[in-house]
Design a protein around this ligand. Structure first.
Ligand code: GLU
Length: 351
């Protein structure tokens, strides 16, 4: 198979009560896990296409999960999830099994937390910011452990002021992870929040529980999440799952390197169509930005040799979520010029 290098070793047997109680061992999977807070923009669709292609090219199932735990933001966005699924379908991407919604899985997250070594944390964001600095290249601040050593009396006193979040009592301060193109890297881990102080399961917990229970052993997502991989992989291991192999895709920016905005392509396919950019042009741009031949049906790209990234350098690196240089592919960043896409839509098509 042309992308044989993407194959993984079989996953290890699951060990804890939590995993054996809830896991349905099936063929391993890749996944796409959008938050239904805004329409999928071309960066999201580029990641979705990559995740689908890498899963399908390696004989994996492909699952779609709606990460809708932040109910306030989800409600404010309206029924975005259905539009997101429609956009995936209209690009020709399909998935196995039902689409899972995290809002329907709260009991599972509670079960997972019950088996971990945890403690209540009363710190505000401001208190944490005042007590810490972000390490080099990191977009988050490791928690300094302030509430870990509180005694019962101190806990009771702090509980008068605010409800606690629940944190993992981590025994490590770094953890090794592997990315298909970035290689092996060691990154900081901390006492991460598992349950927010409004009682909602935290993103890091839910993503790890769901990836584990859905048999996801290949996590393809944008590189801005690479720095959370060590914390998630450590949590996976504590819950008895084998940490997945990661594959972090490049980001899509506007012409000046700016984040995509509504007018620069951060719109769903329906909005793009309204502004004169059709689905075929979007697909052609996605293929081209991934260094793949231009097709209308993504099935034609399954197994393409252009999906195989350059071999990562050996050894263990310090985790760096920055852009990658080198050959052009799903791992490299891409620049989107919406004006050019609009022009391309009006041009006669070769095929
Ligand atoms: N739901 C997250 C997002 O839309 C993705 C989480 C992940 O891929 O791990 O940004």
């Amino acid at each position: 198979m042309p992308v044989a290098s993407l194959q993984l070793l079989p996953t290890l047997p699951l060990v804890t009560d939590f995993t054996t109680a809830h896991c349905d061992p099936v063929r391993p999977a890749g996944r796409f896990a959008p938050s239904p807070t805004s329409a999928l923009h071309l960066g999201n669709l580029r990641t979705a296409l990559t995740a689908w292609l890498l899963a399908r090219s390696t004989g994996r199932r492909f699952v779609v999960r709606i990460e809708d735990l932040d109910q306030a933001r989800v409600a404010a966005a309206g029924d975005i999830a259905s539009a997101q699924l429609r956009d995936l379908e209209s690009l020709g991407l399909d998935w196995d099994g039902p689409v899972i919604r995290q809002s329907e899985r709260r009991d599972l997250y509670a079960d997972a937390v019950a088996g971990l070594d945890t403690y209540p944390c009363y710190c505000t964001r401001r208190e944490i910011a005042a007590a810490t600095t972000a390490p080099n290249n990191a977009d988050w601040r490791p928690y300094p452990g302030t509430c870990r050593t509180l005694d019962d009396y101190q806990r009771q006193a702090r509980a008068q002021t605010r409800p606690p979040a629940i944190r993992l009592a981590s025994r490590l301060d770094s953890f090794e992870v592997t990315d298909l193109v970035r290689g092996r890297a060691c990154g900081r881990v901390d006492d991460l929040v598992l349950v927010r102080n409004d009682g909602t399961a935290a993103y890091n917990l839910a993503v790890v529980v769901d990836d584990g229970l859905q048999g996801v052993d290949q996590v393809v997502r944008a590189r801005d999440l690479w720095s959370s991989a060590p914390r998630q992989a450590q949590l996976a291991e504590l819950l008895g799952f084998t940490p997945p192999l990661y594959a972090h895709t490049g980001l899509v920016t506007g012409p000046e390197g700016a984040r995509l905005s509504k007018s620069s392509g951060a719109a769903g396919l329906a909005d793009l169509a309204d502004s004169g950019i059709d689905r075929h042009t979007v697909m052609a741009w996605l293929c081209c930005s991934l260094g793949l031949p231009e097709v209308t049906d993504p099935h034609e790209l399954v197994g393409s040799t252009a999906l195989t990234p350059p071999t990562p350098s050996g050894g263990i690196h310090r985790l760096n979520p920055g852009p990658l240089d080198g050959a052009h592919g799903w791992w490299s960043d891409a620049v989107l010029d919406v004006a050019m896409l609009r022009e391309a839509t009006t041009m006669p098509r070769a095929r």
